[in-house]
Write a protein that binds this ligand. Structure first.
Ligand code: CAA
Ligand code: NAI
Length: 246
């Protein structure tokens, strides 16, 4: 088991990539805290883990609420006695072409995808610094690396995640904490269901592997970065996108 007796917080663990990651980490022996806005979805993930003999707990959180996030990390630390892995996976889209992108769409996406990652990392890192160890992995995106039509707000946040990851790799590396990010291509989850068919077809055509990503493709990459196999990997943005820009 690659994460035996570790404690991992997975934000957005109720659906899509986060759910698959929670199941994967639990199979590898981790205590998994599914931290999600949506209690129904979060509990489905936790029940699936428990039914297969794994250890999991649900904590409702809105990552864009700093006080809420601080309570989450304290509860995890007090309950499990450690906080070893943080996966900053929760994220939203609210797409629109530049000319039509409203201020509320801009702000909400910034609040969740950018401020949420900052709040979670700041709160979790305090415990990891005390421990002298930890792994922090955040979800960037192909949109943050290359831009994407209709995603001014989202691309700004996912590029911001890259800047924060590299900064934290430098600040926290010397405290024994590895900080990395994953930049997935288009992955088959609820998030992509809203994208017009035409755009999906274009994306699949551009990918040398000729398919969308699966949540398990990303969960396995998160697992690698969370495990001791990646002890000398720090400040990396791991592209898991089927080679879309090769
Ligand atoms: N490539 C080329 N052209 C595109 C395009 C694309 N990806 N997206 C839109 N266009 C074109 C349209 O064909 C259209 O062209 P014409 O004016 O010549 O007809 C023009 O741009 C305007 O598009 P819409 O008519 O669709 O405009 P709209 O205002 O109704 O909708 C939109 C705009 C909401 C951005 C919609 O186009 C859309 O949803 N696009 C997809 C955005 C996208 O890719 N989101 C990814 C979500 S998944 C995710 O974010 C995960 C991740 O990390 C990758
Ligand atoms: P999803 O929409 O399937 O799941 C997102 C989860 O985050 C949901 O359970 C939702 O309840 C939770 N969430 C949303 N707002 C929250 C908040 N404020 N606080 C706590 N939880 C919240 O999304 P998906 O596709 O699994 O995406 C996961 C991450 O991967 C996101 O950060 C996304 O931006 C990123 N990503 C996704 C890609 C894709 O194609 N699906 C591609 C590249 C990156």
């Amino acid at each position: 088991m690659r994460l035996k007796d570790k404690t991992a917080v997975i934000t957005g663990g109720g659906n899509g990539i986060g759910r698959e990651t929670a199941l994967t980490f639990a199979r590898e022996g981790s205590n998994v805290v599914v931290a999600d806005f949506d209690p129904e979805a979060g509990k489905v993930t936790v029940n699936s883990i428990r039914e297969s003999g794994g250890k999991a707990a649900f904590q409702q959180v809105d990552v864009s609420d700093q006080a809420n996030v601080e309570t989450l990390m304290k509860t995890v630390h007090d309950t499990f006695g450690s906080l070893d892995i943080l996966v900053n996976n929760a994220g939203i889209t609210d797409d629109g072409m530049l000319a039509k992108l409203g201020r509320d769409s801009w702000q909400r996406v910034i609040d969740v995808n950018l401020s949420g990652v900052f709040y979670c990392t700041q709160a979790a890192a305090a415990y990891m610094i005390e421990q002298g160890s930890g792994k922090i992995i955040s979800a960037s995106s192909i949109s943050g690396v290359y831009g994407n039509i209709g995603q001014t707000n989202y691309a700004a946040t996912k590029a911001g995640v890259i800047g924060m990851t590299k900064t934290w790799a430098k600040e926290l590396g010397r405290k024994g904490i590895n900080v990395n990010a994953i930049a997935p291509g288009f992955v088959e989850t609820g998030m992509v269901e809203k994208v017009p068919e035409k755009v999906i077809a274009q994306m699949v055509e551009k990918v040398p592997l000729k398919r969308l990503g699966k949540p398990s493709d990303i969960a396995k990459a998160y697992l690698y970065l969370a495990s001791s196999d990646a002890d000398y990997v720090n400040g990396t943005i791991l592209h898991v996108d089927g080679g879309i820009v090769v």
